[in-house]
Ligand binder design. Structure first.
Ligand code: BGC
Length: 397
């Protein structure tokens, strides 16, 4: 059954600041990208220059028929040194919020998307005793940007990936013998604390703001029915804990790309390597659009009635027909979950633009291609296809 877009449904595409803006020089990621001997193969550099070209990005999104835009505010730009607030950065993001609204795009704003100011991370980041307070102080600074024009705020993007990879990024290394490394339990609890404290600040500043966070949902499947307890244990600390932490939130963000299959072993749960012949995306992930519906069902199993918003779903591919096929199939799975009574309030595609994929530019996720030397935007057919879905249905009806 093809996906029909319900009335008032959020229908958008997503980006993040660091991956698109360029020259996020006060961020910890910029430090990592410019240090020798890391896994990074190319630095983000100018990215796709959305810092200067955001009006063009929003125009393309709105003209294609979308009604919603998810973008991020970079903490490192707002507070490049502790306590030093860049008025220019505040004005920049305020203009983005206003610019979105003027174009008929409802902004969904992310306050932390993998990057922190360098000073924050150099002082132990989240695990510094002042980590949560530093984050909430920044969250408070965004009041002036958000005002009452941003209905949905995502506090922290994929906190589970932060808890899984922060150790490795800091050079401590992580144990990945089970496939996806384990999450750091102390960091997990600290991130939950930060999220809940941020929610309080946002609600205090504007009781109407709907606050949530977005979790990387792995659509974990047991290899056989005997592997069910192993799959559950595998997901518990890498995912379920973060979903449960959203039980009092206003909405919950599902981010889904593929599935992981897990089996039991004498050394604990292990991910099952993909067979040679399996179809893969440019990320090396299994081509598996059904993951989205399954991820949404899992979120709803844990959270009951908390409204779900798909804040990321998409595919890294050089073939735009494949992007359309993947997305169409993922939306069918979403439709089936909604038909079964699960409340889903929106869908944001990852990503509006090809962008910096945390180490290199090779995986292309964009509905819009970007020439990396001229920054010319070249919309792909998938942009008008996806943006046109609500319109296409209105015509049919
Ligand atoms: C992240 C994005 C990333 C995407 C594809 C998510 O993990 O939020 O920043 O580009 O997936 O890997």
């Amino acid at each position: 059954m093809p996906f029909t877009v319900p009335p008032r449904f959020l229908w958008g595409a997503s980006t993040s600041g660091h991956q698109t803006e360029g020259n996020n020089v006060s961020s910890d990621w910029w430090g990592l990208e410019t240090a020798p001997g890391t896994f990074v193969t190319e630095p983000s550099g100018d990215a796709v220059d959305s810092f200067h070209r955001w009006t063009e990005d929003m125009d393309l999104l709105a003209e294609a028929g979308f009604t919603d835009y998810r973008f991020g505010i970079e903490w490192a730009r707002i507070e490049p040194a502790e306590g030093l607030v860049s008025r220019a950065a505040v004005a920049h993001y305020r203009a983005m919020v206003k610019g979105a609204v003027e174009r008929g795009l409802r902004p969904l704003v992310t306050l932390h998307h993998f990057t922190s100011p360098r000073w924050f991370s150099e002082q132990g980041g989240w695990m510094n005793p002042k980590g949560v307070e530093r984050f909430t102080r920044f969250v408070d600074m965004t009041e002036e940007i958000l005002q009452d024009e941003v209905a949905h705020v995502c506090t922290i993007n994929e906190p589970n990936m932060v808890a899984i990879y922060t150790g490795a990024l800091a050079g401590a290394g992580v144990d990945s013998s089970g496939g996806l490394p384990a999450a750091d339990p102390a960091l997990t609890e600290r991130l939950i604390e930060a999220h809940q404290a941020a929610r309080e600040v946002l609600h205090r500043n504007n009781p109407g703001t709907k606050v949530g966070w977005s979790v990387a949902m792995q659509a974990v499947e047991p290899l056989t029915t005997d592997d069910q307890p192993a799959a559950r244990a595998f997901a518990a600390e890498r995912e379920t804990r973060f979903v449960e932490a959203a039980v009092d939130d206003d909405w919950f963000g599902v981010q889904s790309y593929t599935r992981l299959r897990v089996r039991a072993s004498a050394d604990g749960p292990r991910t099952v390597p993909l067979p040679e012949h399996a179809e893969r995306t440019l990320m090396g992930w299994e081509y598996y659009p059904a993951a989205l519906g399954n991820a949404v069902r899992e979120a709803s199993r844990v959270l009951g009635d908390v409204p779900i918003i798909v804040t990321e779903n998409g595919i890294a591919t050089a073939d735009d027909d494949q992007r359309i096929a993947y997305t169409g199939a993922a939306l069918e799975g979403l439709r089936a979950a909604m038909d079964d009574g699960i409340r889903v309030d929106g869908y944001f595609h990852w990503s509006l633009l090809d962008n910096y994929e945390w180490g290199d530019y090779r995986p292309t996720f964009g509905l819009i291609a970007v020439d990396r030397s001229t920054f010319e935007r070249k919309p792909r057919p998938s942009l008008s296809w996806l943006g046109g879905l609500p319109r296409a249905q209105a015509v049919v009806a």
